[in-house]
Design a protein around this ligand. Sequence first.
Ligand code: SAH
Length: 378
Amino acid sequence: MMDSPLTGPPGGVDTSRYDADREDLDALIAEVGETTDTAVPSYRVNQLWQGLYSDLVDPKDITTLPKALREALAERLPAALVEDTRSVGDDGDTVKWLWRLADGSLIETVLMHYENRSTVCISTQAGCAMACGFCATGQMGFDRHLSTGEIVEQVVRAQMEAGDRRISNVVFMGMGEPLANYDRTWAAVERLHGDLGLSARHLTISTVGVIPGIRRMATERLPVNLAVSLHAADDELRDELVPINRRYPLADLAEACAEHVAATGRRLSFEWALIHDVNDRLEDAGRLAAYARPLGAHVNLIPLNPTPGWPTRGSSPARVREFASEIRSRGGNATIRKTRGTGINAACGQLRADRSDAEKRPTEPVTVATPKHRSPSR
Ligand code: SAH
């Protein structure tokens, strides 16, 4: 069967150190004992687990373990992420990594420190199949799903970097569509919650609106936050900006969102990248408010960040403010988000792992259609 970007296997390595669960590690420790002919006591797995999930150290540095065992484990439990590039912006408050995976795929992770919290934005796929034209990852196409370990390790590595500043929030808003890689993404959620101790209230899954995934989330034990990348509240425009809307149109999406809210009690949020003269007019705000209000959804507004393959620009600060007050005057809730990481290409929608493009697709320039039915001036 062909790998489908909606359901296929990762096609990568799923034996990295954060892919293994406790049983896998138990088995591994027993196996190492057998091959070295020295019985390894079962409490060693607790020490290994503590090293990986509490102390966040490399197996070779877990000093409670005997040296030979450490070395054997380090070899059998390779890191999934090799740092290719690290960029620092916003006076040290934003750190972006470009990671190289075992099969050569490249993905990005962004750590953001705020006054009272630290948030990490993680990827769930290498590339993305959702083809939203304004998004740099959408422009590059789909490579493969990430394994659970590849997802979890992004948080671990960011926490290692953050040191004393504890990562409190994780947003699944990096490269890829989390709900198109549901099982591995959800296994990562469970791991972040159960083993790294993050509160479900501080985990947010962001989706283009994959309805079956939203419905499944509503049945899960852990109530995590749901963010939907809306960007348009009429089907004609949304079909164009977020192509999956043709399969999962707005009316059905609203029903699935309502189910999630009812089942989890979590507040729903809508992401809206304001694109100059495309979705930033007052009537767009009116339609958005009418769509969001019955769902009690909170709207996050962000001016579109420029990306190489999309010729339109973000809305001006004045337009963003007008748009927000129009939503509020119609009884909706809206926050204007501050852009982080623009200077290091780490802002929303800019994650694209430029090097992979340069290396893998040298002869295939990305072409993305210009939005056609909105005139550039008004
Ligand atoms: N596939 C998921 C998660 C990744 S995108 C999703 O679509 O929700 C994370 C957020 O960045 C989404 O809200 C997405 O629409 C937004 N985004 C993408 N490109 C952007 C751009 N150029 N400017 C601003 N936001 C963008």
